[in-house]
Design a protein around this ligand. Structure first.
Ligand code: WTA
Length: 654
């Protein structure tokens, strides 16, 4: 018998939740088995969730063999994603709110945008882009605050067949420039400033700096958000509001092939610079729509809120495409959880009577630390389902979310997925599964997870099992390629474990067959739910004239999940100082963005390397974790004394 007071004791859904659910335990078992036994048949039916201009006859055409990787779903069908998110709802729910926009400051008014209004805004934006020379297949970079115009921009691109590439507004001009160049973007859509937590980020000024570094022929479309003072470059930059006043409010959607790219989204990996993850139009939309409905148990009329930013994949699939394809009411929040105070999330839930609430463990941990009064003073009785995403959630945070926010009534869906996967791959379903704090629980329909022994690559059968997480077969939402580099796509995801999609995550399947994500097994770290390649931070550091070498690892951080720990070796003649520490932090913020700001910097006279010159990160991780008693074998090190110095001086980190 398990102990009901134990923090990982299972939480079954209440009979009321089960009675109302799209999927019950029995239905899950039957549908899941069918989806694995006959993926063609399963997705042939589910593909009908979206409207096709020309219906597909082919369903799945997939090969995971290295050197020949191809992923095609519904390939001979045609559709338009924007029409699926807007036009098809107009007859039945034109007056229903599509987007609720809640601004950064609670003093300012929220907006309610109906599906009919969304249609007008999107069409006008689409016509403006056409007028700026954007045609089918062109790339458009979106660098925006969390305002409705960001959603219009995405849907406008989709409408005319342009491929959007969103760059999170917290990224620096350098990072933006790399992405504009990488996709050879025709237009950057931005805003004067992005208000967040009472502070404004100068987006237009950043975009100016970025374009100054690009050789591309790129125009700019600028939304006025704050009215802040900015410079406009004649001939290159255009005000959105000026063009909108003249733009035609009708723009017929372009007929797109299912496999035409819908968007590119850059994400970090274990080596090199971020890569452009390419998602398709048809398969992605089917998968985003289905997971949104089933995972959150979304019902018509519900108010759904995902607190992510559209700069991340969560914002793509679960603020815009999934919910709008389902005709949902989706809430977009411009601000942060702690501004003006730690009650903000809960006040927004109360104000808009939110039914499904989806956020990240880092936010939960930060708010948990502020005390329960911030939650309990709000009326959260509208909440039905809670979700988390982005990193493993610790049982303490899970239990607080469950008890204090959900009042013990709301199932928590701990959704594991990735930019690459397009939508949820492992998650409990609200009416089907007894959840366990910290477990991503079960595969979604059509998902065949396998746990492999990391070194041999052998599949570990039976329960319990622990190893690296791979997926044995494709699903419609899977990424199709790396923008401009299909070989890198194959190498990153299909070369380590032949015949499987390799996630980069470690995983445990417990005795009951439930899945627990144990974290990344590569050199990717997860800082406040933001994915960061340690190689990116290292290359930013070594670009500084005073830095000779740098090694970056993650370490456990109470609120952020993982913090960024940097070992820095200075150029000969350079002295460590507090000013230099500050300077390096500022440097990394400018090279990448504030989210990459080092938490701890330790000066390292040398780094532990093998005789062939490879940095031994395993040792650096242990020292960062204060686990230096268990360094393991250091005999292969070129200079073992380097390690003693790092241990001795570890308290000088700051
Ligand atoms: C981690 C975010 C544990 C994981 C959607 C994955 C999680 C990476 C969870 C992808 C979860 C995401 N439990 N870990 N529920 N969700 N992760 O691409 O390491 O920004 O590989 O996509 O976040 O991050 P990405």
């Amino acid at each position: 018998m398990s102990n009901p007071h134990h923090p990982t004791h299972p939480h079954p859904p209440s009979p009321e939740v089960v009675a109302n659910a799209h999927v019950t335990a029995e239905q899950y078992e039957t549908m899941y088995a069918a989806s694995i036994a006959d993926p063609e048949g399963f997705w042939r039916e589910e593909g009908k969730r979206v409207d096709w201009i020309k219906p597909y006859s082919q369903v799945k055409d997939v090969d995971f063999t290295l050197g020949n990787v191809k992923i095609n779903w519904f390939a001979d069908g045609t559709l338009n994603a924007s029409a699926n998110c807007i036009d098809r709802h107009l007859a039945t729910r034109g007056d229903q709110t599509a987007i609720i926009w809640e601004p950064d400051s609670p003093e300012d008014d929220a907006k309610h945008i109906t599906y009919t209004e969304l249609h007008g805004h999107t069409c006008r934006m689409a016509n403006i882009l056409k007028g700026m020379g954007v045609t089918k297949g062109d790339r458009v970079v979106i660098y925006m605050p969390m305002i409705p115009e960001a959603a219009y921009a995405m849907l406008a691109c989709a409408r005319i067949g342009a491929i959007h590439s969103i760059v999170f507004a917290g990224f620096s001009p350098d990072a933006l420039a790399a992405r504009v160049t990488g996709s050879d973007a025709r237009v950057v859509i931005t805003a004067d400033e992005a208000p967040r937590g009472g502070k404004a980020t100068p987006l237009k000024t950043n975009a100016d700096k970025a374009l100054a570094k690009c050789d591309t022929d790129t125009k700019m479309l600028v939304v006025r958000r704050t009215g802040g003072d900015i410079a406009m470059t004649e001939g290159r930059d255009h005000w959105f509001h000026e063009l909108e006043a003249k733009a035609d409010a009708d723009c017929p959607p372009e007929e797109m092939a299912a496999e035409d790219p819908l968007f590119i989204l850059y994400t970090s990996g274990s080596t090199g610079q971020p890569k452009g993850v390419v998602h398709s139009t048809g398969g992605y939309l089917v998968y985003a729509a289905m997971t949104h409905e089933v995972t959150f148990d979304y019902h018509d009329g519900d108010i759904y809120w995902c607190t992510a930013d559209v700069g991340w994949v969560t914002g793509h699939s679960y603020i815009v495409y999934g919910p709008l394809a389902n005709g949902a009411t989706t809430l977009m929040f411009e601000g942060v959880p702690t501004y003006p105070d730690a009650s903000r999330f809960w006040q927004v839930c109360e104000k808009h009577k939110v039914n499904q609430f989806y956020t990240a463990p880092t936010a939960i941990r930060a708010l948990m630390g502020k005390g329960n009064e911030f939650v309990s003073k709000c009326d959260l009785s509208s909440l039905k389902v809670l979700g988390t995403v982005g990193e493993p959630i610790n049982p303490e945070a899970w239990n607080w979310y469950n008890d204090v926010v959900g009042g013990g009534r709301c199932p928590i869906v701990d959704t594991w997925w990735q930019t690459e996967t397009g939508g949820h791959l492992l998650t409990p379903l609200p009416g089907a599964h007894a959840t366990k704090p910290g477990a991503a629980m079960k595969p979604f329909f059509g998902i065949n997870p396998v746990i492999l022994e990391p070194t041999t690559g052998e599949v570990i059968e039976g329960n319990p099992a622990e190893g690296v997480l791979c997926i044995a077969d494709s699903w419609p939402g899977q990424m199709r390629s790396v923008w401009g580099d299909h070989e890198r796509f194959e190498k990153t995801y299909f070369s380590d474990y032949k015949g499987y999609y390799f996630s980069g995550d470690g995983c445990r399947r417990d005795a009951d067959g439930d899945y627990w994500i144990t974290g990344r097994v590569d050199d990717v770290i997860n800082v406040s739910g933001h994915r960061m390649g340690t190689a990116e931070v290292e290359s930013a550091l070594v670009a500084h004239p005073k830095v000779a070498e740098a090694a970056v690892v993650g370490y456990p951080h109470e609120v952020k999940g993982q913090g960024i720990y940097c070992y820095v070796t200075l150029m000969g003649g350079q002295e460590p100082s507090e000013e230099l520490r500050k300077e390096l932090r500022q440097w990394v913020r400018e090279e990448i963005g504030p989210i990459a700001s080092p938490d701890l910097i330790q000066w390292a006279p040398g780094l532990p390397k093998t005789r062939s010159g490879k940095i031994m990160r395993r040792i650096l991780r242990k020292i960062a974790e204060n686990d230096y008693g268990a360094l393991g074998d250091t005999s292969t090190l070129a200079e073992p004394a380097v390690v003693d110095d790092l241990i001795e001086n570890r308290m000088n980190r700051a």
